[in-house]
Structures are given as structure tokens and as C-alpha cells.
Design a protein around this ligand. Structure first.
Ligand code: HEC
Length: 145
């Protein structure tokens, strides 16, 4: 093998090694539909869009909400330890897809079976831009890392 060819091969091998390193990124290996966004920007979206009015977000300090009686649904806790960005995105895009167990149990205790099956969460389809959704779910997913 000529020295030039050896050099070229070595370069290709180094490059493919780098590619393998990049592929080890956890987001890439889990084959998610939603790419990795910016968690800090997602936290801003969470407050700007009013998610904190109904949700906590793990240990994140959120602005106080001036609503009387409200049911706070915890996000980013043990219940969501195995959730991926895709799971969060799905729950936000289609709240009725999977109504949270905590919420269901609370409504069944109140005897309200309609509410137990129908999420009161508003739709954000017209409210969130795609990049905001990506950052938002990256933020939520980062809470259980
Ligand atoms: C008016 C109150 C309200 C607002 C505002 C709201 N949600 Fe919800 N959300 C709920 C309720 C109640 C549930 C539980 C029922 C369900 O699973 O849909 C829920 C469920 C969820 C779930 C699924 C949790 C689970 O364990 O299944 C996610 C994720 C979520 N919300 C994210 C968000 C995000 C992100 C925002 C802001 C863009 C938001 N929500 C805004 C009321 C709200």
C-alpha cells in the first residue's frame, strides 16, 4: 500500500471514529422523532406559554401563580423518569392521547368520569412554534436526567 493511500485510509478511519462518537449522543441512539433543542430556552417557553399555571417542573423554581384552587400536575418527577422527548411532545400535541394517571385518579375520586377521560389541558397547536416545542420538551426531558 502506498504511503499516500495509507494516510488517506487513516484519515477516513479517524473521521468514522468521530462519527461514532457523535452517534453515541443519547438523543441520537434513542431514535427520537424530536431532535435535541435548548433546555434553557425551553424553560423560558414553559413560563411564557403559561404551562406553570397548571404544572410543576421537577425542582425548577417557577414564578408564583395567582390562581385559587388549582390542581398542579407534576412534570419531570419520578412518574416521568422514563419519558422521552417524544412522549412529552405527544402529550403536548394531543393531551387526550394519554391522560395522566394522577389526574385520572383525582377525577375518579371526585366521581367525574368525563373529566377522567378528557384532558382539560388547552391545545397549544396554534400557540407553539416547532422550535419552541423542541426546546420545551428538551427542557422537560432534562429534568429527569
Ligand atoms: C389549564 C391547565 C393546563 C395548562 C395551561 C397546561 N396543562 Fe399540561 N396538563 C394539564 C392537566 C390537567 C393534565 C393532566 C391530564 C392529561 O394528561 O392531559 C396535563 C397533562 C400534561 C402532560 C402529560 C402528563 C402525564 O403524566 O401524562 C404534559 C407533558 C403537559 N401537560 C405539558 C404541558 C405543557 C408543556 C404546557 C404548556 C405549553 C401545559 N401542559 C399547559 C393542564 C394544563
Amino acid at each position: 500500500m502506498s504511503p499516500r493511500l495509507t494516510l488517506a485510509l487513516a484519515a477516513i478511519l479517524t473521521l468514522s471514529g468521530l462519527a461514532a462518537l457523535v452517534a453515541q449522543d443519547p438523543g441520537a441512539s434513542e431514535k427520537s422523532v424530536v431532535p435535541i433543542g435548548k433546555a434553557e430556552a425551553g424553560q423560558v417557553v414553559f413560563v411564557e406559554k403559561g404551562c406553570h399555571q397548571c404544572h410543576s417542573a421537577g425542582p425548577t423554581k417557577l414564578p408564583a401563580v395567582e390562581l385559587e384552587q388549582r390542581l398542579v400536575i407534576e412534570l419531570g418527577g419520578d412518574v416521568h423518569a422514563a419519558w422521552t422527548r417524544d412522549d412529552y411532545a405527544r402529550a403536548i400535541m394531543d393531551p387526550n392521547h394519554l391522560v395522566s394517571e394522577d389526574y385520572k385518579i383525582a377525577m375518579i375520586r371526585l366521581g367525574d368520569h368525563f373529566k377522567a377521560e378528557n384532558s382539560p389541558m388547552p391545545t397549544f397547536a396554534e400557540v407553539l412554534r416547532v422550535n419552541e416545542l423542541i426546546d420545551l420538551v428538551t427542557f422537560l426531558d432534562s429534568l429527569t436526567d
